[in-house]
Ligand binder design. Sequence first.
Ligand SMILES: Nc1ncnc2c1ncn2[C@@H]1O[C@H](COP(=O)(O)OP(=O)(O)OP(=O)(O)O)[C@@H](O)[C@H]1O
Length: 358
Amino acid sequence: MLIRSLALTDFRCHARMQLELTAASAPGGVAIIGDNATGKTSVLEAIYLLSRGVSFRGSSPSDVIRHDKDHALVVATVEVQNEASRYAVQRGRAGLEIRIGGRRDATVLELARALPIQVMDPRAHRLIDEGPVHRRRMLDWGVFHVEHSFLHNWRQFQRVLRQRNAACRRGDRKQLRAWNPAFIESAQRVDAARRQHLEALACSWRERVNHLLDDELNPVLGYRPGWPKHAALGEALEDAESRELDAGYTVVGPHRADIRLQLGGRQVRHQASRGQQKALVMALLTAQVELVAEQLGHSPLLLIDDFSAEWGVAMRHRAVAQLQQGSAQWISTWLDAPGSDLELAEMFHVEHLARAAP
Ligand SMILES: Nc1ncnc2c1ncn2[C@@H]1O[C@H](COP(=O)(O)OP(=O)(O)OP(=O)(O)O)[C@@H](O)[C@H]1O
């Protein structure tokens, strides 16, 4: 996908803002430059809203509406496989209104399917140093886009998990066992899709990490299914049964899955510097974006907030070079202009993007 134009109205600090991009911005890269608090992140946030219906900042949905206004509006022309369509998302205080082309009743799910957008914000290190929920979310974003049945399978698994948890809470051993076959069946579907996706990513991730860190630090990307590696899920459930009845919830299964990241034989979380962590996450997201592009037949869009944070000149050069070898359009924000030697396809100063009132 390729964003060709973006217009914001009453979105955070932007009363009116207009961005026009050329086809050259994929994969050449776009930089939005500006001082602190000039609204750079808000532009990325608006693009993300187009795909997910929510912000990546994790604030309340109506926080994106400009103070003292009733609605925030994001309109974009997006080209997918040479066909341009208009997407509009209006966030009101009471809810969301989505238009795709001339149609008013579009859903967030349709947006998510149509516009695969991945984001790397300054909190991306959470993928490494916080809990597995962030890593599962990242993994599932890719699987959702390449495996059409994944959403259905994941929802089915969640339904069975809720029933099984209720049986645990009631201490009902018989019901708990009765749910096991359905739990195992749906869990295995979710697990197989995730495992396949991660295995397909691992090699490209390794190469990207070695290039970014300019070293051979033996990066390892592994998958943890959420139960002991050498046991079948059925056995793991049998072993965990008493613990589950005590705890009141299901302790093994894909809801406990995780990704293992190692560098030089050690857990990344315990030894990588902030700059290295950012490089590892960048490698993970770009490898995933390229994999999704290959399997989906068109490239997702990658948003990178505060591109140069934590990185010195050499790392910035390697990261830009790597992104430019890919197929995806990537839109990034910068406090200081990237420098002419980085040669991004298009650069904008955020203050110059404000539209005159009609
Ligand atoms: N709902 C809102 N209405 C009006 N202004 C807002 C709203 N929400 C946030 N702002 C303001 O928008 C400004 C821009 O925020 P944003 O985070 O996009 O800036 P930025 O250029 O990315 O900054 P930095 O480089 O410091 O991260 C801030 O001054 C913020 O206070």
